[in-house]
Write a protein that binds this ligand. Structure first.
Ligand code: CIR
Length: 265
């Protein structure tokens, strides 16, 4: 039986922002054309924040041909040290996984998905001893079924969650900053869907839905997006010490904090 997810986050892989980030997919949060230079600035700050929390960060080079390449979370899901490589749900993003897989193969076995299955890592929240898997426009039934089979073989539980059309991915509106705790966005997920899963659910208001994506570290430390006062207060009241990163330029292409990394150790 696997142990609970300890959130020490010793290693991560990230990828620089594409010079063509202005052509990144943007449907949910964007209010302006994504700006590659500003986004790289946010990305640099993000990497600094991970390193300040003790994560050893590997930075892969950007791809001209893939405007969304910085969103590496979607390319792989770690299962007890094995890397499942995604068949990305958006056709324009296929191919981003190649360099991520090559890097991860240096320290992990790789697992490939069947052809008809699609899955974005952004639809997966690893929550203690279970995987929460979103069924979204990017992750289909076959993708969720394949991941379910793999994680159950390793002794983890699974919960499938229908993602509403208002939302890109599960991680867009849900994260787990510490054992037993989920942060979730009102108006996107409901108590009926997730209430039974966690000892503590910190609901952030719909107006702050972007801030439900957090990165928790052991010792009740958490990274949240800058500029979301209600969420900041909710996390402080729940006993977290907080680091913020200005994510506005990344948000223009619907990316959140977790989307920018795969924690592989
Ligand atoms: C996309 O639409 O695929 C990108 N513009 C954003 C991906 C964000 N990734 C994530 O939520 N894991």
């Amino acid at each position: 039986m696997p142990g609970a997810y300890d959130r020490s986050r010793r290693e991560a892989v990230v990828r620089r922002v594409s010079p063509n980030f202005d052509r990144a997919l943007s449907k949910y949060f964007g209010t302006q054309t994504p700006d590659p230079v500003a986004a790289q600035g946010s990305h640099d700050a993000y990497v600094m924040a991970l390193r300040a929390h003790g994560t050893d960060v590997e930075i892969l080079g950007a791809l001209d041909s893939h405007p969304d390449c910085c969103f590496v979370e979607d390319c792989a899901v770690m299962i007890d040290g094995v890397a499942l490589i995604s068949n990305l749900g958006a056709p324009s993003r296929r191919g981003e996984e190649v360099a991520v897989a090559k890097y991860l193969s240096e320290g992990s076995d790789l697992l490939r998905m069947p052809q008809d299955a699609t899955l974005d890592g952004g639809d997966v929240v690893f929550f203690d001893d279970r995987y929460l898997i979103g069924l979204s426009t990017r992750t289909n039934q076959a993708g969720a079924a394949f991941l379910t089979e793999q994680v159950k073989e390793e002794g983890f539980d699974v919960e499938l969650i229908d993602i509403p059309s208002s939302t890109l991915h599960l991680t867009t509106v849900c994260s787990s900053p510490r054992e037993g705790t989920l942060v979730a966005a009102e108006g996107h997920l409901t108590q009926d869907q997730i209430g039974h899963l966690a000892d503590e659910i910190l609901w952030v208001p719909n107006s702050d839905s972007y801030a439900a994506n957090t990165i928790g570290y052991s010792g009740d430390r958490v990274i949240i997006a800058d500029g979301y006062a209600s969420t900041r207060q909710i996390m402080l009241d729940a006993g977290f010490s907080i680091t913020t990163v200005d994510m506005d330029a990344i948000r223009q292409a619907d990316g959140s904090l977790t989307c920018l990394s795969v924690f592989n150790r």
